[in-house]
Structure formats: structure tokens, C-alpha cells
Design a protein around this ligand. Structure first.
Ligand code: NDP
Length: 241
């Protein structure tokens, strides 16, 4: 029987590619999004993938959203915690709102989603939780104390939950993309982008499909021995041990 996968932020950018790749691999996919109804409607029309609108930073909204997915598609086997935002500013200019919104959307969301699927995964002794962190959570990035903290937090969360889930067939891993050619990166000013590309040994931005490929690998039944890891997909820009 087809496995059920939820992709948060699954209607645009990297999430769009992940949703499509999982669907093409035979999963029943639920693509979550926050508020861009036009993009979600276009995505649904193009792909035929179910879309669900809720704020991943809100526990009660996640609960209602997951209940709707389970009612329509069945119990959740795979969660790809992909939704994320940036609200960049140097710390001396950062507002509490910029800090709190990034922590809620990029980090607390992963607690919310994982907490709400973990009981069912433990009962069914299978689960795949895949958290999309970032190169900037691994190395830190000027102007992104909020984002770097949230994304580094995901790596610690992943290592801890991996240990809790290991004897229940649940794997928990991170994927750390480098700079990927999405709207998030298109917002970076061109001179800054040129410098970033010059610092990537592969000589180009990554593609969303390259991240989706890593997700498929970790989601597979055959990936059951890989847990607590961070898979770096960054064109060699930052090589970690
Ligand atoms: P995009 O901005 O292109 O897409 C973000 C998606 O997340 C959208 O579907 C958006 O929904 C959704 N989203 C945002 N906030 C919420 C929320 N509160 N609740 C539910 N959904 C939400 O982002 P990318 O594809 O570029 O990034 C995807 C992930 O990859 C992020 O976690 C990002 O940090 C990470 N990443 C990206 C890199 C890059 O180079 N692009 C590099 C490293 C990591 P809506 O359409 O409704 O706005």
C-alpha cells in the first residue's frame, strides 16, 4: 500500500520539488502551505497533489491539519519538515518579531509536526522524519542569528529524536542544502549572489530537484540504518565531518 507523506511548505520552491518527487515515487502526498493560495491552487492543478493550509508554527493548527490529512489519506509515514522563512537583520537591528517568527516557523514547527505524528509512528513501528536545515545552520551566517539558531537547533533535535525513535523503526535525519535556486535565494541581491556562486566549488546554485533526490533516499524503507545524520547537499561550499 502507498505510504503517506506530508511535506510542509510543499507547494513552492524546494518543497514543490519534494512533493512531486514523492508522488512520482508512489507516495500519497499532502503538501502544506501557509497563505499563498494562488501558488497552492496552481500547484494542485499542475500536480494533482492534495494541498492543506495551516501555519506550522502553531501547534493547534498543525493538529487540525494532520487530522485532516489522516482522514483523507491515512496515517502519516513520512514527514518532511521543509517550511521555512528568513527575516534577516544584523543582531543589533533585529526585532523580537524577526527573531520569534523565524524560531516559530523554522524550529518550533518541527517540534509541532513531529510531536503530532510520533505516537502513531511508534504504534506502527515505522516512520521517517526528514528535517530541512541549512548550510547556514552548520556554519552560521552574518545577518541570520535567528535563522542560523533555528537551523542549528534542528540538527540537535534530529540527533535526540533519532535516539528515541531508533528501536521503533523511526528514523530522523536532516538535509542541509547549500544555496538552491528558489525564490528565497532570488531575493538575495545580485552582487551578493555572484559572490556566493564564486564560493561554491561546483560553480552553480543547486536545484530543488537535487534536494528532493536526497529526501527520497532517506524516506525509503532501505534507509532504515541511517538515523541522526545530516546529509549535506551544497556543491562543496562547506564540507563538514
Ligand atoms: P520558499 O520561500 O520558496 O517556500 C517556502 C514554503 O514554505 C512555501 O510553500 C510557504 O508557503 C511555506 N511556509 C512558509 N511559512 C510557513 C508556515 N508558517 N506554515 C506553513 N508553511 C509555510 O522556500 P525554499 O523552497 O527556498 O526553502 C525551503 C526550505 O529549505 C526552508 O526550510 C529553507 O530554510 C531551506 N533552505 C533553503 C535554501 C535555499 O537556497 N532556498 C538553502 C538552505 C535551506 P506559502 O507558499 O503559503 O508562502
Amino acid at each position: 500500500m502507498s505510504k503517506v507523506a506530508i511535506v510542509t511548505g510543499g507547494t513552492r520552491g524546494i518543497g514543490h520539488a519534494i512533493s512531486v518527487a514523492l508522488k512520482n515515487a508512489g507516495y500519497k502526498v499532502a503538501a502544506n502551505y501557509a497563505g499563498n493560495d494562488a501558488a497552492a491552487a496552481q500547484f494542485k492543478a499542475e500536480t494533482g497533489i492534495h494541498v492543506y493550509k495551516w501555519d506550522v508554527g502553531n501547534f493547534d493548527a498543525c493538529k487540525a491539519g494532520i487530522e485532516a490529512v489522516v482522514a483523507e489519506l491515512g496515517p502519516v509515514d513520512v514527514v518532511v519538515n521543509n517550511a521555512g522563512i528568513t527575516r534577516d537583520a544584523m543582531l543589533h537591528k533585529m526585532t523580537p518579531e524577526q527573531w520569534n517568527s523565524v524560531i516559530a516557523t523554522d524550529l518550533t514547527s518541527v517540534f509541532n509536526m513531529s510531536r503530532l505524528v510520533i505516537d502513531s509512528m511508534r504504534e506502527r513501528t515505522f516512520g521517517r522524519i526528514i528535517n530541512i536545515t541549512s548550510i547556514n545552520g552548520q556554519k552560521g551566517q552574518m545577518g541570520q542569528t535567528n535563522y542560523s539558531a533555528a537551523k542549528a537547533g534542528l540538527i540537535g533535535f534530529t540527533k535526540a529524536l533519532a535516539q528515541e525513535g531508533a528501536n521503533k523503526g523511526i528514523t530522523v535525519n536532516c538535509i542541509a542544502p547549500g544555496y538552491i535556486n528558489t525564490e528565497m535565494v532570488a531575493a538575495v541581491p545580485q552582487p551578493v549572489l555572484d559572490k556566493i556562486i564564486a564560493s561554491i566549488p561546483v560553480g552553480r546554485l543547486g536545484t530543488a530537484e537535487e534536494i528532493a533526490r536526497a529526501v527520497l533516499f532517506l524516506a525509503a524503507d532501505e534507509a532504515g540504518f541511517i538515523t541522526g545524520s545530516t546529509m549535506t547537499v551544497n556543491g562543496g561550499q562547506y564540507i563538514t565531518g
